[in-house]
Ligand binder design. Structure first.
Ligand code: AMP
Length: 281
């Protein structure tokens, strides 16, 4: 496994693999890797070569967000990647990605105007821009994203479709801790007391999922039951609990077709997300 910091080195390696006729799977991450990331890397193993990027992208953080404190540990990440058969880690600096000046953005309407887009106004512009750049650098056949960030996955799929990017985007299921909490690099921010309180997210998601699976079709009823569950936890503060169409991210009243029920909840100062997808057969 190689770790490279420059775009030039990535391009040279990819060119070599292309000459050999290899297919390339790509997993973009912000590092501090856990089993959620590893599930994407394992899925990417269906390609001949696996590339992982580790880049805490300043452009997707708002001014009062956790860019400076975001956890980082390259040595640990490299160890996990090596164990899971990664061939190349791209670990650029912000300067390598954005230079001294940078004026171009990939932006999107509609899908970004809901859920996390409302609480994090510059977030998805930063995500689309960096992912488009990474796709141009790595030129993967397939790229792997987690359903943990379901809105991000929908947005990336849409970007690839709208802009005719020549790759396939693959969504992978949410990986959870044994007690239900969705794995996240941000879970490290939680104190032991908050870690216990954070279970309210998965409890609420499992409750909503069960209601829908048992036939509830009124989004309002599902949302209020889920909110009630969260409100029972004194350390929790709801950002949103919403039911949206899976493709457009627009709120729906009836649960029909493919829907996403997504929540964002502050546990103390830490903002966590969780969700479930329901596909009506
Ligand atoms: P991040 O490093 O948080 O930007 O995440 C990188 C990728 O890993 C994204 O596609 C995430 O959706 C995915 N991911 C993060 N946590 C999980 C999880 N618990 N289960 C599945 N995928 C995840």
């Amino acid at each position: 496994m190689r770790i490279v910091e420059t775009i030039e080195e990535v391009r040279a390696q990819i060119a070599e693999w292309r000459k050999e006729g290899r297919t390339i799977g790509f997993v973009p991450t912000m590092g501090y890797l856990h089993e959620g990331h590893m599930s994407l890397i394992d899925a990417a193993g269906e390609n001949d070569r696996v590339v992982v990027s580790i880049f805490v992208n300043p452009m997707q953080f708002g001014p009062n967000e956790d860019l400076a404190s975001y956890p980082r540990d390259l040595e640990h990440d490299a160890g996990m990647c090596e164990e899971h058969g990664v061939d190349l880690i791209f670990y650029p600096t912000p300067e390598e990605m954005y230079g001294d000046t940078f004026y171009s953005y990939v932006d999107m309407n509609v899908l970004t105007q809901e859920l996390c887009g409302l609480s994090r106004p510059v977030h998805f512009r930063g995500v689309c821009t960096v992912v488009a750049k990474l796709f141009n650098i790595v030129t993967p056949d397939k790229a792997y994203f987690g359903q943990k960030d379901a809105q991000q996955l929908a947005i990336i799929k849409r970007m690839v479709k709208d802009l005719n990017m020549p790759l396939t985007v693959i969504g992978c299921p949410i990986i959870r801790e044994a007690d239900g909490l969705a794995k996240s690099s941000r879970n490290t921010y939680l104190s032991p007391e908050e870690r216990k309180a954070a279970l309210v997210l998965s409890r609420s998601v499992f409750l909503g999922k069960k209601m829908v699976e048992e036939g509830e079709r009124d989004a309002k009823k599902v949302i209020s039951a889920m909110k009630e569950e969260i409100e029972r936890e004194p350390l929790a503060r709801i950002d949103y609990v919403k039911v949206v169409d899976l493709d457009t991210m627009q709120q729906v009243e009836r649960i029909e077709g493919d829907i996403l029920t997504a929540i964002a909840v502050f546990i103390g100062k830490t903002r966590l997300i969780d969700n479930f997808i329901y596909n009506e057969k």
